[in-house]
Design a protein around this ligand. Structure first.
Ligand SMILES: [Zn+2]
Length: 332
């Protein structure tokens, strides 16, 4: 049984890449031979998209999607929502904090796993330390994407990893500052979307609760002309207001803590505009220079926000199961 499972795992690890290689134009002779020997395969692809030439707004379930060859073409043809399913364990899709727990378990136990090709993260803020951990543990490239249950995924990181491309075929996206005006390049604002495919219940100028920095309109290094979101900063609950009411992204604070090698769970809470509480799970701050940590936080939030520590026995997750490093209770 064990060896059968291993065989199946080996097969599904290898197959998506092999199928993809059949379509590759890299070697023209090989491509011509494949096209001649595997006429049925190429005919199937051609017929599929002859019958499904316009997929505008369609929902597609791509069973056995492999590396996503059909799914990508469906997206190019305007499909509104695509779900790909495959046995291949070469791709991981997960909330970052759940994957972090899994990665730490694998590392701790010294379990050898076959490397994956890509790791897709969504649903929670993805931090630099998590990206590094996932790439080290699973061997694949990490891609962040963003969406809502109402609209599906509407922006995704590309291979250049310098922001996320907005899928403008399906969504009209605005980033508005505190005055409700379009944010200037680099300025942090609310992400507002208008869903272009939802005919049953159109969402017009829908505030999804996420904050992002507006792009300067540059074309991405990858050559894809779809516009970029500079950096997704998470929910407005992940944004801390400084002494002057200016928004500061949560990762500024988490990076300060992580650079101190704090071993325990922590959470940075802003209960009101004048205070910031750093919750640390009991016993986890041994050897950490807390006055220095406080001073670094103070430097970010300015003199009018009081920084305090609170040692706790438990830091609960959200009801949705998400773990929040930063939690603002202040209305933005
Ligand atoms: Zn790109």
């Amino acid at each position: 049984m064990k060896s059968e499972r291993k065989e199946a795992q080996k097969y599904f690890n290898k197959v998506p890449g092999q199928w993809d290689a059949l379509y590759s134009h890299e070697n023209r002779l090989k491509y011509a031979i494949n096209k001649w020997l595997r006429k049925g395969l190429f005919r199937r692809y051609k017929l599929t998209f002859e019958y499904c030439s316009d997929l505008t707004g369609a929902r597609v379930l791509d069973i056995g999607c492999g590396t996503g060859r059909y799914s990508i073409e469906c997206a190019k043809r305007g499909a509104g929502r695509i779900v790909g399913i495959d046995f291949a364990p070469s791709m991981i899709k997960c909330f970052p904090n759940s994957l972090k727990t899994f990665a730490e378990f694998i590392k701790k136990k010294g379990i050898a796993i076959p490397p994956v090709r890509s790791i897709s993260c969504t649903g929670e803020n993805l931090y630099a330390h998590q990206r590094k951990l996932f790439e080290e543990t699973f061997g694949g490239e990490v891609f962040e994407k963003v969406g809502t249950r109402e609209s599906g995924v509407f922006a995704c990181e590309c291979k250049a990893h310098k922001g996320m491309h907005v899928f403008t075929e399906g969504v009209f996206l605005e980033i508005l500052n505190g005055e409700g005006q379009p944010a200037q390049p680099g300025e942090i604002g609310k992400v507002i979307i208008t869903d272009l495919f939802n005919k049953a219940m159109p969402l017009i100028r829908y505030d999804i609760g996420d904050m992002a920095a507006a792009s300067d309109g540059r074309i991405c290094d990858c050559g894809n002309p779809l516009p970029l979101i500079e950096k997704l900063l998470g929910r407005d609950r992940d944004i801390i207001l400084d002494s002057y009411g200016d928004p500061k992204p949560g990762y500024l604070f988490t990076e300060v803590v992580l650079n101190k090698n704090l071993s325990a769970q922590f959470q940075i809470v802003q209960p009101d505009k004048k205070s910031l509480v750093v919750k640390i799970k009991n016993g986890g701050a041994v050897g950490v220079d807390l006055p220095k940590l406080r001073a670094e936080f103070q430097e970010i939030v300015g003199p009018l926000v009081k920084v305090d520590f609170n040692f706790v026995t438990e830091i609960p997750r959200d009801p949705s199961g998400k773990y929040r490093y930063v939690l603002s209770k202040v209305e933005h």
